[in-house]
Design a protein around this ligand. Structure first.
Ligand code: AGP
Length: 609
């Protein structure tokens, strides 16, 4: 949420900062701004809206200088406006960009106001800026001022600070919101996501909780939460694996939908063989505890939560392990019961979702057997703080609506189900059948993608609708939920999902000719039940859109449109059926002309509560 980029260099950095912001724009896009030390003063430019608006402004009024900070914002305190956009200034010499939330900003604002500081914005960031200015006056050193400020403010944040009186220095601090330092030769950088810095470096240091660092052109000094100098590992990142390029596609989302066969192959590579799942894939020591695992608690948000919901069906059906799934923002604020031998599993594309991270931290204090995260971002907070991690290898996902991250999460969860199932009576023949289905999965997704043109035409019928209902049964119910979430997120059509058997207990009252009903209907043991549910809807005048394989025997007519989905094994059907629903949302959004990759009010990485 929000993106930070900063640089201390000999060369002019405005273009580096702007490119970094473009790459981070998926994190927030209400407004953007930049401040560069130009001679002895700060040149600051801010604009409401996309980074493009800021770029245009800078093209008209170029800023020249080697030290600067920049920010793309997802508003928390104060509306998206130029005066609330970052960087914020104090006394015209201190400039600050900040991610996250300062919880005690009101008290601090009162105190600072009494001391004569005037506020020009509604943000918590401006409070931090004046606080740092005040502490710098007292300590005469920007590093000490930031260190002191971090002891005074509460909340989760990442920040970068510059002072026009010392142009060869930038101070950065991390507390709950990720920051990475990029190492150059005679120049150093900072960002909230390494993706921003890949054009300028491939060497990164991930700051730890409570770290404060001083960057100059030639040096990087890092201090831990106790103020002690520390060395942090340098990580080499393969820039090729992190393409921020849309290629031939009009939107990142479409590119990412079509990347799914490749991503699934990557997720499986080296992790299965024809006999079953390879051992050791969840990390050293994981298999030593699998025999003790009696229950799995999954905690996640949004799309990742839906992956967890599918996995619950799988754990209980195939692995014989009980499983509970919960939304992180609920889990973290309630008293929960820890079953004996419980494995805590978090699922997250970004690895930085504030609620999921807080849930993990809480779980670690509550007697879980162990913690595992299924995540797409190496070095992220969830990966670093969990006992075990399993990388989904989907590659960077830029579209705010998650697609390839979801399907690779499901693949990863299936591998976990098989690994645990071995200890609970899953036969080796059954395991063999399941890995065979997994091996075929990339090909099945390729076939599912072939329905793209049909779905594009179908999407026209949704563009003037205000509501839609998604139905599924069994492990397709969470897929219906995910389909509804996708449609809401990018087309702004109100959509809800129900377990098809639940319809008659209330929601059937909504059915009329203006309520399209989308049904996910693979040929499985619940098919007959689903057929009955579909007839109940048809009898009430709704138009049905049924995604089904031929053997499910649905036929198109005036009130029912059937989209053929490739026949697939029951175990992988939830993954395959996700794909046409992604395509449907995408095409409806394109027809409606919404901002597909950066839908309103959303951000890719939700690092605030
Ligand atoms: C997905 O399309 C959403 N943008 C959102 O629900 C997302 O899945 C959720 O915020 C969780 O994010 P995470 O996977 O990075 O933890």
């Amino acid at each position: 949420m929000c993106g930070i980029v900063g640089a201390v260099a000999q060369r002019d950095v405005a273009e580096i900062l702007l490119e970094g912001l473009r790459r981070l724009e998926y994190r927030g896009y209400d407004s953007a701004g930049l401040a560069v030390i130009q001679g002895k003063t700060l040149a600051r430019i801010r604009r409401v809206g996309k980074v493009k608006n800021l770029t245009d402004a800078i093209n008209e009024n170029p800023v020249i200088g080697g030290t600067g900070i920049a920010h793309t914002r997802w508003a928390t305190h104060g509306e998206p406006s130029e005066r609330n956009a970052h960087p914020h200034l104090s006394n015209e010499n201190i400039a600050v960009v900040h991610n996250g939330i300062i919880e005690n900003y009101k008290e601090l604002k009162n105190e600072l106001s009494k001391e004569g500081y005037a506020f020009t914005s509604e943000t918590d960031t401006e409070v931090l800026t004046h606080l740092i200015h005040k502490l710098q006056n007292e300590t005469k050193d920007l590093l000490s001022a930031v260190q002191k400020a971090t002891k005074i403010v509460t909340g989760a944040y990442g920040t970068a600070v510059i002072d026009s009186n010392n142009s060869d220095q930038m101070i950065v601090a991390r507390s709950g919101s990720p920051l990475v330092i990029g190492l150059g030769i005679g120049e150093h950088f900072v960002a909230s996501d390494q993706l921003a810095l890949l054009p300028v470096t491939s060497r990164f240091i991930y700051l730890e909780e409570g770290d404060v660092a001083r960057l100059t052109r030639k040096t990087v000094e890092i201090f831990d939460k106790n103020g002690q100098p520390v060395d942090r590992k340098i990580n080499l990142v393969d820039a090729k694996s992190d393409s921020a390029d849309k290629g031939e596609y009009r939107h990142y989302m479409m590119k990412e939908i079509f990347e799914q066969p490749t991503c699934v192959r990557q997720t499986l590579e080296g992790r299965i063989n024809t006999q079953g799942v390879e051992s050791g894939i969840f990390g050293n020591g994981f298999e030593a505890i699998t025999g003790q695992i009696k229950h799995v608690t999954i905690v996640a948000c949004g799309t990742s939560y839906h992956a967890g919901m599918v996995a619950k069906y799988w754990f209980e059906q195939y692995a014989g392990v009980s499983c509970s799934v919960e939304i992180a923002s609920e889990f973290r604020y309630r008293k929960f019961y820890v079953h004996e031998g419980s494995l805590f599993v978090s699922i997250s594309q970004s690895g930085e979702t504030a609620d999921t991270l807080a849930a993990l931290r809480l779980a670690k204090e509550q007697g879980y057997l162990s913690s595992l995260t299924i995540c797409n971002v190496m070095g992220s907070s969830l990966v670093r703080e969990s006992d075990f991690n399993f990388m989904t290898r989907a590659g960077t996902e830029i579209g705010v609506a998650s697609t390839k991250a979801f399907t690779t999460q499901l693949v990863s969860l299936l591998l976990l189900v098989l690994t645990l199932g071995r200890h609970k009576g899953l036969t080796s023949d059954h395991e063999k059948e399941m890995v065979a289905a997994l091996m075929q999965l990339p090909g099945k997704i390729e076939q599912a993608l072939m329905a793209n043109d049909v779905i594009e035409t179908l999407a026209e019928e949704f563009a003037d609708k205000n509501h839609a209902l998604f139905l599924g049964r069994g492990d397709q119910y969470p897929i219906a939920m995910e389909g509804a979430l996708k449609l809401k997120e990018i087309s702004y059509i109100h959509a809800e999902a129900y377990a098809a058997g639940e319809l008659k207990h209330g929601p059937i009252a909504l059915i009329d000719a203006d309520m399209p009903v989308i049904v996910v209907a693979p040929n499985n043991e619940l098919l007959e039940k689903l057929h009955s549910n579909v007839e109940e809807v048809r009898a009430r005048g709704s138009i049905l859109y049924v995604f089904a394989d031929k053997a499910a025997k649905f036929e198109s007519d005036d009130t029912q449109k059937v989209v053929d989905v490739v026949a697939t094994e029951a175990i992988t059907a939830p993954i395959v059926y996700t794909v046409p629903l992604q395509l449907l949302s995408y095409h409806v959004a394109v027809i409606k002309g919404t901002d597909v990759d950066q839908p309103r009010n959303l951000a890719k990485s939700v690092t605030v509560e």
